[in-house]
Design a protein around this ligand. Structure first.
Ligand code: ZN
Length: 202
């Protein structure tokens, strides 16, 4: 298998093989950027970059909704806001394939079921580990929760910085973008919306 990179000794699990044409594509990019892909320091870079991209995009291998399949119906009459905030995440913009790094706050108003709280973060990561635009990421997380937990309301706020804006283009480090998607009660009732945004810190 000369066209494939074998398992690496520094990874006990063994690293996945990277097809030669994928490595070639990355060599082409290195050349296009102005460097020499045959110099020593860059020899293993194409395989590393390829594996890194598989990891950045792990979300394509899953349906994030499956994290919401296991619910708890014994909620003891609790029907107020459930909020998970400051959830760090990383994604990549579909326009430049540049990092989007930020945090999310996800809230819902349960009816008769709740999920393990970590599942909300898993749903976020399932959608974030794809090529994204922040607006769609925000909407996808909200709709997934709405559809599978059937809560009275859902609110998702995402705040992130985009490397395509901070490291290139207008080069404005420190700028962050905020997007929100509110549904159900949070959309219809401004008091509920204010309450959830306040809990989120907005
Ligand atoms: Zn971009």
């Amino acid at each position: 298998m000369s066209s494939l990179v074998g398992p690496d000794e520094d990874d006990p699990r063994g690293k996945p093989a990277v097809p030669e044409h994928v490595q070639d594509a990355i060599r082409t990019l290195i050349e296009w950027a102005g460097d020499d892909p045959t110099r020593e320091g860059l020899l293993d870079t194409p395989a590393r970059v390829a594996r890194a991209w598989k990891e950045y995009c792990l979300g394509y291998n899953e349906d994030p909704a499956h994290h919401l399949a296991r619910v708890f119906e014994e909620v003891g009459g609790y029907d107020e806001i459930v909020l998970l905030k400051d959830i760090p995440f990383q994604s990549h913009c579909e326009h430049h394939m540049a990092p989007i790094i930020g945090k999310a706050a996800i809230a819902y108003l349960p009816t008769d079921r709740v999920v393990g709280i970590s599942k909300l973060a898993r749903v976020l990561h399932g959608y974030a580990r794809r090529l994204q635009v922040q607006e769609r990421l925000t909407a996808e997380v909200a709709h997934c929760i709405q559809e599978h937990l059937n809560p009275r309301g859902v609110a998702v706020v995402i705040e992130a910085s985009h490397a395509c804006m901070t490291a290139r283009g207008v080069r404005t480090p420190g700028v962050s973008m905020v997007t929100s998607q509110v549904m159900g009660t949070f959309r219809k009732d401004s008091k509920s919306r204010e309450e959830v945004l306040k809990l989120m810190g907005y």
